[in-house]
Design a protein around this ligand. Structure first.
Ligand code: IVH
Length: 670
């Protein structure tokens, strides 16, 4: 092998390992082997600078990040334009008419449009060479963007190798939107009220912040998706229409923006937009309008572009969901972590079918910046299904006595001292009743201890009556039956039910336990990963930082939070008390006598109803193993959309193959 070949092979192996590491596959390499390859490659490149290429792993993926926490800027191969945003049906009409005129279409001749949602996320431009993902850039200024490859590689539905047998274009830039589904965003909000960068204001904002994070392991814990909708520079592929492009993208394993529909005229475009707007709340991710594109690529070429926007594509936004309201009071709420955040209590206001009473103000710095005051007339906006936000203050309408609202100087719930940490005020009293309510509600939630009948109202009542003064007290309620019965709305039946529920939850899988005890930054999925990795509470409790970092998805921030949690005397006492009360987290073991014991599942292609990780967890929970690739050991192959070469191999081996629907049906029956 000559040096060039050796370098080439090292690069390929390193890239494959990077992809596995960041994208959650199974790596066949140990860290030491990886390091060795890296060092060898570096050495060879140092000796042969003429062989260093821009896309070598030493130059990018897997290399330490540049100092100062910045991403490298790189040029897009083709500029990333934006879309002309149209304000009403008349503007759409004018846009479509202009296109028809430029194309010199006769009256009665149809111009085919392809409609899809305008996704409300952050756009990215991803370069594939010969089917292999080589880099991903943010949009930046349209000419060049930041190299966020490492972060993009954590996105589960983003193919790192295009599916199918090829041939693949020598180069192709795939454009699309990085988004967070409404469900994913809600789960994240629940897991982490705040981060060092701020609260999670809305899905779009969170995606933008997430892609800028420097530690891909933190990014990996955020549920991002990539939806493809366009191409930039392409070399070695002939496509005739946007429809064909969408089909090709799907074949390669991309998720494309849905729902999509063809439109033959203006009215069809308008109807598509109105229909989507009316279903906006039922769709799985945020969109803020529709995009209509001339379907035929040749016609697109003919139409060309203005300096900024194409003449063949338009964006028609949904009507903003705004309403006028009045701030009656600015209050402060205390979360389970002790974060004290401002909230605007509003005069009840109808806003597209819901009565809004509160608006989030996120943090005190933002409140001061926007200068929202009690008594102000404000405009509020609802984006998707998130809590409404104050978007505008009618300053002119303010009375002479209006005063800015100062942040509280003591905890609104316990009057304890407050501490400023970054943008946040924290109540530092560990016995603060509001924090306690938050912690117990979290503990009792469905994905943790799952104690029905212990929602926010009930917990507030129990805490106010001092029947529980700590998390562990929940498990001692049986001794306080008499007092429980004296509380308003607690009958014999509901009391008995609750006590029975609590008893039944004392033995629970350790993953649920870890989620429930509310370690900072440890939500449902990290809790499950920790459970799987360490098996028992004791092993986790004694884990070192290095051992914690070895867990998939655990980065510096999470590891530090876990160490801190178990080092705290207060938490030690709580865990001890839980044990004394009979709470016994069950060691995580593979369910060897589960209904799927002995079977080995391999997943290939994209799944639509869940992520591959979720699917793997599901089968593992029932006793099966999940395999990384196709081999004779595999008993069941689950073929998602565009399963590609793995599927062909499975067919060759004569394995049992199920599509996603059949898989879901089978799981439901178990
Ligand atoms: S096509 C030449 N399709 O909107 C522009 N863009 O204002 C090609 N966007 O930066 C873009 N959904 O981030 C296209 N279905 C969709 C889209 C979409 C959202 C974003 C995109 C772009 C911005 C343009």
């Amino acid at each position: 092998m000559n040096t060039e070949q050796e370098i080439d092979e090292l690069r390929q192996n390193i890239r494959a390992a990077d992809v596995n590491y960041y994208n959650g596959g199974e790596s066949k390499l140990t860290d030491a082997q990886y390091d060795e390859m890296f060092v060898t490659l570096r050495k060879l490149e140092a000796d042969h600078p003429e062989l260093v290429t821009e896309d070598s792993p030493t130059q990018r993926v897997g290399t330490p990040l540049p100092k100062g926490g910045m991403f490298e800027t790189q040029e897009h191969l083709a500029a990333m334009g934006s879309l002309e945003s149209l304000m009403g049906a008349d503007e759409v009409r004018a846009f479509v008419e202009r296109a028809r005129k430029l194309l010199e279409l006769e009256e009665g001749a149809t111009l085919d449009w392809s409609c899809e949602p305008k996704l409300d996320g952050v756009s990215a431009n991803i370069l594939y060479e010969n089917g292999q993902l080589v880099r991903g850039l943010s949009r930046g200024d349209g000419q060049s963007g930041e190299d966020i490859t490492r972060n993009l590689l954590t996105i589960r539905n983003l193919p790192v190798q295009l599916a199918g047998d090829g041939p693949f274009p020598a180069q192709i830039e795939i454009r699309g939107e990085v988004i967070m589904s409404k469900q994913g965003f809600a789960a994240l909000q629940k897991r982490e009220e705040t981060t060092s960068e701020g609260t999670f204001r809305n899905a779009r904002n969170t995606v933008a912040g997430t892609l800028k994070l420097l530690d891909p392991r933190t990014v990996k814990r955020r549920p991002l998706d990539f939806l493809a909708f366009a191409i930039g520079h392409v070399d070695g592929l002939e496509l005739r229409s946007h429809d064909q492009l969408r089909a090709q993208l799907a074949t390669w394993g991309f998720t494309v923006a849905e729902p999509a529909a063809p439109a033959k005229d203006i009215n069809a475009i308008l109807a598509f937009r109105d229909d989507l707007e009316s279903r906006r709340d039922d769709l799985p991710y945020e969109m803020d309008g529709v995009v209509a594109k001339v379907n035929d690529f040749e016609l697109q070429q003919l139409l060309g572009r203005t300096s900024r926007t194409p003449r063949w594509a338009l964006a028609y936004k949904f009507a903003p969901r705004l309403a006028r309201s009045r701030v009656e009071k600015i209050g402060a709420q205390v979360g389970r972590t002790g974060a004290v955040t401002p909230v605007a209590h509003l005069a009840p206001t109808e806003l597209v079918g819901v009565t809004v009473r509160n608006a989030s103000l996120h943090n005190w710095a933002l409140l001061a910046e926007r200068d929202v005051r009690e008594g102000d007339a404000v405009e509020i906006q609802r984006a998707g299904d998130v809590i409404p936000e104050v978007v505008r203050v009618f300053v002119d309408e303010r009375g002479p006595d209006s005063q800015p609202t100062a942040p509280p100087t003591a905890c609104p719930a316990c009057e304890g001292p407050l501490q400023l940490e970054g943008k946040f005020l924290y109540c530092s009293n560990l016995d603060c009743p509001a924090q306690l309510v938050g912690r117990i509600v979290h503990l009792a939630s469905r994905r943790a201890f799952d104690i029905e009948g212990l929602g926010p109202k009930q917990v507030e009542q129990l805490v106010a009556a001092k029947l529980v003064t700590s998390v562990e007290d929940v498990f001692d309620l049986r001794a306080k039956q008499e007092q429980l019965l004296e509380l308003e709305r607690w009958g014999k039946r509901s009391t008995q039910n609750l006590l029975k529920q609590i008893d039944a939850r004392k033995e629970l899988p350790i993953g649920r336990f870890l989620n429930g005890i509310g370690i900072r930054h440890v939500g449902e999925s990290t809790a499950r990963d920790l459970a799987k990795h360490f098996g028992t509470l004791d092993r986790l409790r004694n884990a070192t930082q290095a051992e914690l970092l070895a867990v998939d998805g655990v980065g510096d921030e999470v590891a530090a939070a876990i160490l801190q949690f178990f080092a705290s005397d207060k938490n030690k006492a709580t865990l001890q008390a839980l044990q004394t009360a009979g709470v016994e987290p069950q060691a995580a073991e593979r369910n060897d006598d589960g209904p799927l014991a002995g079977r080995v599942f391999a997943f290939t292609g994209g799944l639509t109803t869940m992520s591959r990780d979720e699917a793997k967890e599901k089968v593992e929970a029932l006793g099966a193993k999940a395999a990384g690739g196709i081999s004779k050991k595999v008993t069941d192959v689950i073929a998602g959309t565009d399963a590609g070469s793995k599927l062909a191999k499975a067919e060759k081996l004569g394995l049992r193959i199920l599509d996603e629907e059949a898989f879901n049906e089978m799981m439901e029956k178990l």
